[in-house]
Design a protein around this ligand. Sequence first.
Ligand code: NA7
Length: 533
Amino acid sequence: MADTTLDAMVIGAGVAGLYELHQLREQGLRVRAYDTASGVGGTWYWNRYPGAKFDSEAYIYQYLFDEDLYNGWSWSQRFPGQAEIEQWLNYVADALDLRRDISFNTTIERAEFDEDTNRWTVTTDSGETIDTQYLITCCGMLSAPMSDMFPGQQDFAGQIFHTARWPRDGVDLAGKRVGVIGNGATGIQVIQTIADEVGHLDVFIRTPQYALPMKNPSYGPDEVAWYKSRLPEFQQNLPNTFTGFEYDFTDAWDDLTPEQRLARLEDDYENGSLKLWLASFAELFSDEEVSEEISEFVRQKMRARLQDPELEELLIPTDYGFGTHRVPLETNFLEVFHRDNVDAVPVKNNPITRIAPEGIVLADGTVYELDVIVMATGFDAGTGALTRIDIRGRGGRSLAEDWGRDIRTTMGLMVHGYPNMLTTAVPLAPSAALCNMTTCLQQQTEWIADAIAYMRAHDKTVIEPTEEGEEAWVAHHDELADANLISKTNSWYTGSNVPGKPRRVLSYVGGVGAYRAATLEAAAAGYKGFALS
Ligand code: NA7
């Protein structure tokens, strides 16, 4: 006998998990969410490193389904920081009275589908067993940290932290010798924030990043009233744009003169947001020449800020196109390297080989002596959160083994062989890459809630994508992905940051609006591509 019997179990109490729990409870299901964390927030619970903040405008990184919920919270900035975002998700949990149906401090270790009962048996780290009809994973796209990376890490005599496991009480960096490994979106936020405070900062750089300066005005009553008045527009617009942001591609590159193109790029750059990336020219992702022109536009901006040939060589990308992996927004990130207490350490040709008790060791034997090491080394994106759970589908098949061979899903919503397991923020749906995460997660959780409502209304108990349905989606995904320049660049977007991970563009690149239409069409056709029984 299981300790707990549910209709639906939700793993994760972040943006997706909270909303899924709410929707299924509204349907009258016995539903409960579980989370390793001691509070709600998911990504915004874990990523409390110095400088963590939005790159999406706060007013669109929102739940859109309830006007009162939207209007009941007011943001202090265009791109607020982690503390405020975590407070907002706590506000949501309280406003929807979700906490009573969440088990915190609980890690899911195993989930096994029983083909006789058509139900899942789930085991937690405290030994609790849960018997549930539906298993709904809301574990986040970027939640499995790449933290165990270098030989000798355990023997480091100082303190070592992955950014996604930053201590709640913070870390005293004042006057310390600090090393940061990684300069992705996370590393950049850390580096620009702590440079002032530390004694000395070594930044270990393997791949430089295109940097776009963020404009982050504070919001008073006027700005808050302005964005709140736009809710109907956002409800209409966000689910249908290419990336789930408020802006979209409007002009074709070939329709404009070179002067008009430049004016457009300047305009988008001056916006101080991700607009240059997500709403300048769609050809950025498909046409090598356009990609190179826009990349060069950004490089020039970076050169003008650096004005130092050595730093330009080290910090300005030349071997991949702008926007073919995550573009970070930054504030004085490049200028940090002009400071006397900051050094950029190139590690592409002279890689980090191990961590010694005194610091970081490079291939040529150089040792960087450090008090604190910050690992801004990223995540096993899309798959890691689920492959770190022992998930067993039909015939005992293992999701970790299946995805270890080939990463396949049906619209990122289900996986063939795993009946009644519904997924969010997994590969082959728009997730984190080219997507405002809340837009995508709302759409996915709503699709799942609707599917369950449909099943109940039609007296069905089991849903599973057919093999052919999955094959068709994977083929469609790959066709778009292979034509996209993202497929040529190494990053978590293609899974290349995890040794041995099968390479595939993880996120769907056909556009948020097109994805949404495809999922809704499948549902409207009686769940085409899925078998219901
Ligand atoms: P990312 O974007 O995966 O960045 C990880 C960084 O860590 C990146 O600069 C890597 O360099 C670097 N890295 C990883 N391993 C090493 C080794 N062995 N040596 C040197 N440098 C290394 O993770 P983030 O946390 O910044 O961002 C993840 C997402 O969170 C982001 O895209 C947003 O959507 C939010 P590399 O590029 O591999 O050469």
